[in-house]
Design a protein around this ligand. Sequence first.
Ligand SMILES: O=C(CO)[C@H](O)[C@H](O)COP(=O)(O)O
Length: 232
Amino acid sequence: MNAAEQVGSKRNAGYRAADMVEDGMIVGLGTGSTVFFAMERLGERIAGEGLSIAGIPTSYQAALRARQYGIPITSLDEHPEIDIAIDGADQVDPDLNLIKGRGAALLREKCVCDATRRMLIVVDQTKMVDTLSAPVPVEVLPFASASVSRRLTLLDGRPVLREGIKKDGPVITDNGNFILDCDFGAIADPRHLEAEVASIPGALECGLFTAYGEKIVVIVGEEKGCRIVSLR
Ligand SMILES: O=C(CO)[C@H](O)[C@H](O)COP(=O)(O)O
């Protein structure tokens, strides 16, 4: 798939997800280039049809984009239960386990995923894999980055501190933390690995999402249209 085809696929996935949003819904807004298309379409529907929704952004990036598209913003404080969320992913396996976090927004994204009744994951087909194997982003408390790194190594991971672009030194997340991108190779048991990482003090969250397959609907954008994948 060339770059233009990939953008078209992302647009198809994002637009389909936005068209599944109903009037009056509270909508979790993920982070990344595919969700942008969903937000663009939500903006069109708000302006064109008078769709009435409120979005909960998972990052500064999502909040800025929501404002750009005229999507009213609310918060998880006001709505601890969410109707529907739209988010991207870096990899999706057949059991709908995910790796997320290329955009370093995984901590808030997982909070929103946990709080939502229905989770729409928008991807292009390159993200669909048989076995998760991308590096797993781990958000870490800066104080504990060396000790968390050591513990990840003991889990046979190879953690690398994510460096900023147009900024010297590490990426600082929207929550003021660091990201360790941890390569575990092919992940045979993602649920077990997620639990192992979660047990490390100072590892605040990791980009493995393995507990939500039942509520996830994956919208796989293709050059012409979309394919829907769910466990139900
Ligand atoms: O998890 C994420 C951000 O933390 C993104 O949703 C994920 O990286 C996919 O991004 P894109 O749609 O740009 O490929």
